[in-house]
Design a protein around this ligand. Structure first.
Ligand code: ADP
Ligand code: ZN
Length: 434
């Protein structure tokens, strides 16, 4: 079993990476300045010329690009190649507003296949794998991203897309799927459905899962590993940069390796835009140095994490980012306290009698913000004659209070009463935003 898809790229020395990034950055900036009027104007306004960028150390001189820029330039304004060179279009899921489109050249699709092949190889995949892509196919990047990765690796792609869960499971069983790709919340749903269908997970060939496209905590990752009896890889990406495969986790559980020979990461202070040192939490920013169709310059992802450039025990030298804490848009401010759904998830999954299904309802009573945490009891706890609801509620209340520094309202709900997700789960309802 190969350990790396592309050891030269994944394990090069920091010096080599620095010179490769620098070389690619300088030529990409020049190209983009010449071919994209939108960038040229922004750079002119900021007083930066392509000649000012002499190495990756000069990256901070360039202006940022934001979701707003993409919306203003919609649909083709940030494309760097003529439409005759564009062979595929994708769009964001629109989780946080008007959708954004991205265009890919043939070479961009090859890069996408390459970075997803690295990801699937990190999950233990090779040409013998059967890779089931249960992310949605279509404009969403999930389905085809996993698909191209499987084909680049020479594996068999099983393009089931999302939905029709029982049929998915039968195919997974009959075709001998070895790697499942979907969102973590759908993986949870699939695992639960396998159980409900009365099937034994050990009769499947499943070895690994490549899950991502939404935030999930380490606790959730372990929960899914137990449920499906597999190892898992956290795959990160966004349409604007390429889709899934921007970064992937290894078997060391020590962060997510960024494919930084293609996408150069930075962490910035979201307020000031200042670049932050390794280990400091901030907003993740990417610069594409190989993409042709829509190469983003210093794109602000709004995702919150930190990065490190230390080598990893897995042998990869690619920079690592921590699991995404959440998007800055997901942060709830409750009575002045900042709360990310991931903090609630971590705390809840530490409690034995609750299932990994929850919903957060934010509201306002008078002038006071409230956070109600709805969480399912496990089947076992629910059927227990002597269940002690109050005691469990108190346990959750205390646990959340110490994790968030905030008093919440706990509502225990029956098993299966919180709706399941086949794609990106919606776990927060903010009634204040009505
Ligand atoms: P949208 O922004 O409309 O959801 P995308 O489908 O392009 O569009 O989603 C990209 C976003 O999904 C990322 O910016 C990030 O917030 C989230 N995301 C993707 N992969 C992960 C992951 N592994 N962990 C946490 N969040 C992720
Ligand atoms: Zn590693």
């Amino acid at each position: 079993m190969a350990k790396y898809w592309n050891p030269e790229a994944e394990c090069m020395s920091r010096e080599q990476m620095h010179s490769l990034q620098s070389e690619r950055l300088c030529s990409k900036i020049k190209e983009v300045y010449d071919s994209v009027p939108y960038y040229r104007e922004k750079m002119d306004q900021a007083g930066v010329k392509p000649e000012d960028i002499r190495s990756v150390d000069d990256l901070h001189l360039l202006p940022f690009t934001s979701k707003q820029d993409l919306r203003e330039a919609y649909p083709y304004g940030l494309f760097a190649r003529p439409n005759k060179d564009i062979v595929e279009i994708h769009a964001t899921s629109g989780t946080t507003g008007k959708q954004i489109v991205a265009g890919y050249t043939k070479n961009d699709l090859a890069i996408w296949g390459e970075v997803m092949a690295r990801t699937l190889t990190a999950a233990g995949g090779d040409e013998n794998s059967v890779v089931q892509s249960s992310y949605g196919y279509g404009l969403f990047t999930g389905g085809l991203g996993a698909h191209y990765g499987a084909q680049t690796m020479g594996a068999m792609a099983l393009p089931t897309s999302s939905g029709n869960t029982e049929r998915q499971i039968r195919l997974m069983h009959d075709m001998g799927t070895t790697i499942l790709c979907c969102t973590p919340s759908y993986a949870l749903y699939i695992g639960e459905t396998i159980r409900d269908m009365g099937l034994d997970i050990n009769e499947f060939q499943l070895e690994a899962g490549v899950f991502g496209a939404e935030p999930w905590t380490v606790e959730m990752q372990h929960e899914i590993e137990r449920l499906l009896n597999i190892r898992t890889v956290d795959v990160y990406g966004l349409t604007e940069i390429i889709g899934p495969g921007v970064a992937f986790s290894c078997d060391q559980e020590c962060g997510i390796h960024i494919n930084e020979d293609h996408f150069i990461p930075e962490i910035i202070d979201p307020e000031t835009g200042e670049v932050l040192p390794d280990g400091t939490l901030g907003e993740l920013v990417f610069t594409c140095v190989t993409k042709e169709g829509m190469p983003m310059m210093r794109y602000r992802t709004r995702d919150i994490t930190s990065i490190t450039h230390e080598a990893c025990a897995c042998g990869r030298t690619l920079a690592r980012m921590k699991k995404i804490q959440g998007r800055s848009d997901d942060m709830m401010i409750i009575r002045g306290v900042n709360v990310f759904p991931s903090q609630v998830e971590s705390a809840l999954l530490d409690i034995t009698d609750v299932a990994p299904h929850y919903m957060l309802i934010v509201d306002r009573e008078g002038t006071r913000d409230t956070l109600e945490v709805q969480v399912e009891m496990t089947e076992q706890f629910f059927s227990d004659e002597v269940k002690q609801l109050e005691k469990l509620e108190k346990e959750i209340f205390e646990k959340l209070k110490s994790a968030l520094g905030l008093a919440t309202k706990i509502k225990l709900v029956e098993p299966k009463s919180i709706s399941r997700s086949e794609g990106k789960a919606v776990r927060v309802i903010d009634k204040r935003k009505k």
